[in-house]
Ligand binder design. Structure first.
Ligand SMILES: *[C@@H]1O[C@H](CO)[C@@H](O)[C@H](O)[C@H]1NC(C)=O
Ligand SMILES: *[C@@H]1O[C@H](CO)[C@@H](O)[C@H](O)[C@H]1NC(C)=O
Ligand SMILES: *[C@@H]1O[C@H](CO)[C@@H](O)[C@H](O)[C@H]1NC(C)=O
Length: 351
């Protein structure tokens, strides 16, 4: 072997070591609702679960982990892209312990919202308790790795925060209480106020790198389209709900700008995926999908959770042809496209 080759070999080994050791994000820490829940609801008393087939049929081993999809969800793809594990485990899952959670942990709970009145609807984990779990996690991490190392992980981790849909669809537009108290514009402000408090608390607990994902085009979820269908409006998107998504996301974006200016060392991104999601729904064939108006599971019109189960003969054979897995949640393929978009567009600053 010539000296030139040896030098190249040494150089590439060095590059390998540098890139392998230089992941600036030592852990991915997740808060939010079913868009990012990896299975915490399996461990609590609620009707909102997905730890049974056909959920998870395209996950490793076909396991129904409690993720609301046929396979992986966005935090899993994001963790993998940062050189960490290809999935982020649920904090309440007894199959994982602090050595797993040291590089990725999910506190999210399907059905939750910024508003505690939302998490009460289906008795799921409110955001304040997700934060309590995060504090408990920090104590366990300290016990496991010592104070300095655990502090470094908490400071340098990437925090993914994704929720808000349930506040509108499960709560505001379904139950009368909040509608009597607030018009929709004021309710958005109320939620953004809670989001602000939440982000400040994560910052106060040591978090610096955060990604906040707002609302998808809520009016285009198959469940909502079915409402229009029943009203004789065809399976069109409910434009007023999409308006709310855009308006809420814009307010969340302003909040993020303000906090970045105010909080020293904070680097928060508003990972708005409304546009890409809307584009996928409107032009599914451009992304290799065949259907975006109905979901894969069962009739695809209204089923999710217990109604999407293995006893339904109508469930599609290939979820990759569908933008939506159940009437409320994207298929794994959509999750991957959205995660890739978020990584390239927003999270590259943390790479
Ligand atoms: C975590 O679990 C793994 C495998 O089950 C085990 O080897 C390890 O000792 C556990 N670590 C801690 C800190 O409990
Ligand atoms: C932790 O960090 C402090 C301050 O940087 C240092 O003085 C101390 O020796 C460190 N402790 C350990 C166990 O490394
Ligand atoms: C949606 O918003 C646009 C402008 O922001 C408005 O003109 C339109 O009437 C709204 N549509 C509904 C259904 O609320």
């Amino acid at each position: 072997m010539g000296s030139m080759q040896l030098q190249c070999l040494a150089l590439s080994a060095l590059i390998f070591l540098v890139t392998a050791g230089a992941s600036k994000v030592p852990a991915v820490i997740v808060f939010g609702d079913s868009s990012v829940d990896a299975g915490n609801n399996n461990q609590i008393l609620t009707l909102l679960k997905s730890n049974f087939p056909p959920y998870g049929r395209d996950f490793v081993g076909g396991e129904a982990t409690g993720r609301f999809s046929n396979g992986r969800i966005p935090p899993d793809f994001i963790s993998e892209a940062f050189g960490l594990k290809p999935f982020v485990p649920a904090y309440l899952d007894p199959n994982y312990n602090i050595s797993d959670f040291a590089i990725g942990v999910c506190f999210a709970s399907a059905g939750t919202g910024y508003d505690t009145a939302t998490s009460d609807v289906l008795s799921v984990i409110p955001m304040w308790r997700e934060l309590e779990y995060f504090k408990q996690y920090q104590d366990r991490l300290k016990g496991y790795l010592g104070g300095n190392k655990s502090k470094k992980i908490v400071n340098e981790a990437l925090y993914l925060i994704s929720l808000g849909t349930n506040d509108f669809l499960e709560n505001y537009y379904t139950l009368p209480k909040r509608r009597l108290e607030y018009n929709v514009d004021k309710y958005e402000d109320f939620l953004v106020g809670i989001a602000e408090n939440f982000l400040r608390q994560v910052y106060g607990l040591g978090g610096r790198k955060m990604s906040v994902t707002g609302l998808p085009p809520m009016g285009c979820l198959p469940l909502e389209r079915t409402t229009n269908l029943l009203k004789g409006l065809g399976d069109t998107c409910i434009e007023s709900y999409n308006n709310v998504s855009r308006s809420f996301n814009a307010k969340l974006g302003d909040l993020v700008k303000m906090l970045n200016q105010e909080l020293p060392g904070a680097k928060i991104v508003s990972a708005n995926s409304y546009s890409i999601f809307y584009h996928i729904i409107k032009r599914p064939s451009l992304y290799g999908f065949e259907y975006s108006n109905v979901a894969c599971c069962s009739t695809g019109l209204y089923e999710m959770g217990y109604l999407c189960n293995q006893f339904n003969p109508c469930t599609c054979a290939d979820a990759n042809k569908y933008v939506f897995w159940d009437s409320f949640h994207p298929s794994e393929k959509t999750n991957q496209i959205i995660a890739d978009y978020i990584l390239k567009r927003y999270l590259h600053v943390f790479m």
